[in-house]
Design a binder for this molecule. Structure first.
Ligand SMILES: Cc1cc2nc3c(=O)[nH]c(=O)nc-3n(C[C@H](O)[C@H](O)[C@H](O)COP(=O)(O)OP(=O)(O)OC[C@H]3O[C@@H](n4cnc5c(N)ncnc54)[C@H](O)[C@@H]3O)c2cc1C
Length: 342
């Protein structure tokens, strides 16, 4: 059994693993490194971030102090910069100082960023994303600023996948006006059968009053401040106070690439969640399994954290199996008739 395990990331993957391995192996030294400062929070709850006034406190599931009390060393506000695999040392920066930390095993639980389509990348000042608690705080501040000048904020949400539909529904719950742009002819085409996409469209349009524009490939944005337009191939749609891009997720794999580990869309792991270096593991949104899939939902991510802890403690010898899980769009009034696709 290794003596020191370093875990990078304090999302559900990293925290679940750290707490479980601490429970199973009392002799082990566990360090959790994260760039977060507030604590371990629920990312799914971000989708209710506009309509719930108490969200910024209720979303925190565990403080870092509680993890420290559970005998996990926590380096918060710390950015891991690189892994020196031959020396089994990682390097992180905290409070402006770079520090080394040696490890016997390291678990990459680095999660995912919002995916920004290439045409939008040069226009980052014109739109927001909702991927982290910091993103939510900055969107809530923007909404307050809009409300100070306009009684009814008008938003463009780009992307009719799970997160785009959820954000649109939550914004309308607050009374805001939303136009949802989707490049394809039906909503949530990756997760829903056609009939369910149609019923979701009915709920968003007819029950929630969202203007849904299908088959509209957004090319970019125009304007400044609270006077923004969305540029389509042959048309410009004006009059938005804010724009939110929700076009999917991008696994954070930079540390793995720089460390020379095998990566594709995610960090490539085997059926035991080990990367191409058997002292380095990857779990959660950043891990790509041998079936080529990324299991970016809380149930499988949590299951990976628990499984890996048991495996390293010698209690689990069978490969990780995908647990039964049911993704669900958090859109009030919508229930899919058929199981979600994955
Ligand atoms: C708006 C939204 C709604 C969602 N709703 C649902 C839902 O309803 N149901 C569901 O099943 N799933 C949902 N998901 C997906 C789910 O939240 C993710 O699958 C899950 O949170 C992934 O957990 P993770 O620990 O792998 O990654 P993350 O939660 O992304 O955590 C990664 C952590 O690593 C840290 N980190 C990364 N790189 C470094 C570094 N170099 N140095 C230090 N720290 C680093 C990050 O700061 C972060 O704390 C939703 C996601 C979003 C964004």
């Amino acid at each position: 059994m290794p003596k020191h395990i370093a875990v990078i990331g304090s999302g559900i993957a990293g925290v679940t693993f750290a707490e479980e391995i601490r429970k199973l192996e009392r002799q082990l030294y566990v360090t959790l490194l994260t760039r977060e400062t507030v604590g371990y929070y629920s990312r799914p709850l971000l989708s209710h971030g506009f309509s719930r006034g108490d969200i910024e406190t209720k979303i925190v599931l565990k403080s870092f102090a509680a993890l420290v009390a559970g005998d996990i060393a926590v380096e918060s506000g710390a950015e891991v910069l690189w892994l020196d695999r031959p020396a089994k040392t990682l390097h992180f920066i905290k409070d402006g100082k770079e520090k080394p930390l040696s490890y016997d095993k390291v678990v990459l639980a680095t999660g995912s960023d919002a995916l920004i389509p290439p045409p939008f990348r040069a226009q980052a000042s014109l739109f927001h994303v909702l991927n982290s608690l910091d993103d939510l705080a900055s969107l809530r501040r923007l909404r307050e600023k809009i409300l100070a000048r306009h009684p009814r904020p008008r938003w463009a949400v780009i992307g009719g996948g799970l997160i785009g539909c959820e954000i649109s529904a939550d914004l309308t719950k607050t009374g805001d006006e939303v136009v949802l742009f989707h490049a394809l002819p039906r909503l949530m085409e990756r997760q829903l059968v056609e009939e369910d996409s149609a019923s979701l469209l009915g709920v968003l349009r007819d029950k929630l009053g969202i203007e849904v524009l299908l088959d509209k490939a957004v090319q970019g944005f125009l304007g400044s401040g609270m006077d923004l337009s969305v540029r389509l191939t042959d048309e410009i749609v004006p009059g938005f106070h804010g724009i939110i891009v929700a076009c999917g997720f991008r696994p954070r794999i930079e540390l793995a690439i720089e460390a020379g580990l095998e990566t594709r869309r995610g960090i490539v792991v085997n059926e035991c969640l080990a990367t191409s270096d058997h002292d380095v593991y990857a779990i959660g949104d950043s891990a790509e399994l041998p079936d080529g899939k990324l299991y970016a939902y809380v149930t499988p991510v949590r299951s990976q954290g628990l499984w890996l802890a048991k495996h390293l403690a010698g209690q689990e010898t069978q490969p990780w199996q995908v647990p039964a899980f049911k993704p669900k769009a958090k859109v009030p009034g919508f229930e899919a008739a058929m199981p979600y696709l994955f």
